[in-house]
Write a protein that binds this ligand. Structure first.
Ligand SMILES: [Zn+2]
Length: 394
């Protein structure tokens, strides 16, 4: 116990967190576990669960919580490294190594290619769709992030279609493989982003940029074009929270209620409930948006769109529960609440993978090395051999 306190604490947390399980997916409207949708984890994802889960968890952070988590872990690991016994050089190296690992994990969450979970549905009549995503045509899109890259990103996660909504640049490329990309645009008008879906035409943004009243006129213009207009997060939350009834009166077709962008993912459940009530009253669409810009490998939300339904009932928003939790926890607690949320939402196969990795590392470290042996994988093989030999017979 004294020799491996971290491994044993981690094992205790892995088992303890299973007593307070969080479902992997939640219906963002009802708050219940969705009946017709499942998160499917590829085998490679599960085998690498400690890495997969940590990188997913780092992706689903609000800006404030990301900062708190970074500062908390960098300080804690630097201090721990500096205070452990050793020569001055060793202590400096350890004090730098921990924080460097955290930064590298952050970079890996954004850039590292890896297996990702995908959404499977049992209802063949629904379409798994994304209403809001970007390419390099957006000023803040990842350089070189083509429509084909975006389509592949979506396809890997179970999407069957996605609107492409670049900032003030109309998308109209015919892309059908691996999934169909649909035309749209995200207009920036008077501190609001309006996601326009369908065959949109250019507008003079100056007309809509004067004040809130002028901005709201965009919805009527979109209807003239035969397009739909959705109010995007975080803008209506940050800048137009008092104007939502006017949005409805002006003809808004719906509201984003989940958006995975770091500035929007912290939208609190209490405010989401108010928007849901307004949308239900007026039979408006409510949607989730990956708002992907080419960074990060996983979405926090999917939509199940039913062609037979209309308005409020036409779309089901299925979100990762850890993403929805971002708005419900104080930002400063992220250094410990984010890992705790991750552990609670592990499936049993992921939990088993974590435990296996910990045991493998424990065995590896527990076997005494012969003088001159380096810390290679050969030691592990030999130690497993050792276990075999030592097992009592009969
Ligand atoms: Zn966007």
């Amino acid at each position: 116990m004294r020799r491996h306190p971290i491994a044993l604490a981690l094992l205790a947390l892995l088992l303890g967190s299973a007593l307070q399980p969080l479902p992997g997916l939640v219906d963002a409207v009802t708050g219940t576990v969705p009946a017709g949708a499942d998160l499917v984890r590829p085998i490679a994802y599960t085998v690498l669960a400690p890495l997969s889960n940590v990188l997913d968890t780092l992706t689903f952070l609000s800006v404030q919580r990301a900062e708190a988590l970074l500062v908390g872990w960098v300080l804690a690991l630097a201090l721990w490294g500096a205070l452990r016994r050793g020569t001055l050089g060793q202590r400096i190296r350890r004090a730098l190594l921990g924080p460097l690992t955290i930064v590298l994990l952050g970079v890996a969450a954004v850039l590292l290619p890896r297996p990702v979970p995908w959404l499977a549905t049992s209802d063949p009549s629904v379409t798994v769709i994304d209403y809001h995503a970007h390419t390099a045509a957006s000023h803040d899109g990842r350089p070189g992030w083509r429509a084909e890259d975006l389509a592949a990103w979506h396809a890997a996660q179970g999407f069957q279609a996605s609107y492409v909504t670049d900032h003030n640049v109309i998308f109209n490329q015919p892309v059908d493989e691996p999934i169909r990309l649909l035309p749209g645009v995200e207009w920036s008008v008077y501190a609001q982003h309006v996601v326009a879906l369908g065959a949109v035409a250019p507008i003079d943004r100056g007309v809509y940029n004067r004040d809130t009243r002028a901005m709201l006129g965009l919805f009527a213009e979109l209807h003239r074009q035969g397009a739909l207009g959705l109010a995007s997060l975080p803008e209506y939350w940050e800048h137009h929270w008092g104007d939502l009834n006017d949005f409805v009166a002006a003809g808004v077709d719906g509201f984003e209620v989940v958006n995975c962008a770091p500035r929007a993912i912290g939208f609190p459940a209490s405010l989401r409930a108010q928007v849901l009530q307004l949308a239900a009253q007026h039979d408006l669409l409510v949607v989730g948006a990956s708002d992907n810009h080419g960074w990060g490998k996983v979405t926090c939300v999917w939509n199940l769109s039913s062609p037979s339904a209309h308005g409020y009932r036409a779309n089901h928003v299925i979100a990762r529960s850890i993403a929805l939790a971002q708005g419900d926890w104080e930002g400063w607690t992220a250094a410990y609440t984010q890992p705790w949320l991750m552990l609670r939402s592990l499936s049993w196969s992921e939990r088993s993978s974590w435990i296996t990795w910990i045991l493998v590392i424990l065995i590896y470290r527990a076997v005494p090395r012969r003088a001159g042996d380096s810390a290679g994988i050969g030691i592990l093989a030999r130690s497993l051999e050792l276990f075999k030999v030592r097992r009592p017979e009969g």
